[in-house]
Design a protein around this ligand. Structure first.
Ligand code: PGA
Length: 242
């Protein structure tokens, strides 16, 4: 499977800064084999279309359209040039109270509009210490993907992002991450009879990318903080993809 590396810019950068970033970033990527994407703020989607890498959004509303002040629809994202959308990021779940049921509705809408969902799942530190990781991951997968046909599911990418590793500088060890990925892969295989790309996210850097991405069931990375700088993001790609 081709390695997939997605940067998640969260609420960072202006359109002008994004253009500067791309100019610096592209010549630094020596590994043409990677499937590279950037999940950027809505305001710069349109201006990045055709920049040489895939452009996606970080969130959307589940409704087709309507009286939802401040929200954005899948159709709007698609027309602005997004090809994928992150759904269920732990910051959306914890800060904005998004439930699995709501994420499921968004996922169905994204698929209907032709946007490829990147579904984020992961356990908190408390859940890991309480040995509930697999139970939590299974519930997130079951509820967020409920009722999907195999052909629809195959348009999705999964991102395992343990909440305790996001933005903390404490990445999961390659073994811990790979164990979770193996569980997720087996769960999907047993329930839907197919296999999906599973990215790891949580404090990925140029220093740990190679070890993480060389694990059997880790198909790529979802990178937050280290994707903000073109040098560190390209280092992850150059180190992690071989
Ligand atoms: P991080 O974030 O790489 O800064 O830990 C990952 C993410 O939130 O997707």
């Amino acid at each position: 499977m081709q390695k997939k590396i997605i940067g998640n810019w969260k609420m960072h950068k202006t359109s002008v800064e994004a253009q500067k970033y791309i100019k610096t970033f592209l010549p630094l990527v020596t590994h043409a084999k990677a499937d590279i994407g950037l999940a950027v703020p809505f305001t710069m989607l349109e201006s990045l279309v055709g920049c040489g890498i895939k452009i996606g959004a970080q969130n959307m509303h589940d409704a087709e359209e309507g009286a939802f002040t401040g929200e954005i629809s899948a159709r709007m994202l698609k027309s602005a040039g997004a090809t994928f959308v992150l759904l269920g990021h732990s910051e959306r779940r914890t800060i904005f109270g998004e439930s699995n049921a709501f994420i499921h509705k968004k996922l169905v809408r994204a698929l209907l509009e032709g946007l490829a969902p990147v579904l984020c799942i992961g356990e908190t530190l408390e859940e890991r210490e309480g040995k509930k990781t697999e139970k939590v991951l299974a519930a997130q997968l079951e509820q967020c993907l409920s009722g999907l046909e195999k052909h629809a599911l195959e348009k999705c990418t999964l991102a395992y992002e343990p909440v305790w590793a996001i933005g903390t500088g404490k990445s999961a060890t390659p073994e811990i991450a790979n164990d979770a990925h193996t569980f997720v892969r087996t769960f999907i295989q047993k329930t839907w009879g197919c296999t999906l790309p599973i990215l790891y996210g949580g404090s990925v850097t140029g220093q740990n990318a190679r070890a993480l991405l060389s694990m059997k069931n880790i198909d790529g990375a979802l990178v937050g903080g280290a994707s903000l700088d073109p040098h560190s993001f390209s280092e992850i790609i150059n180190q992690g993809v071989s």
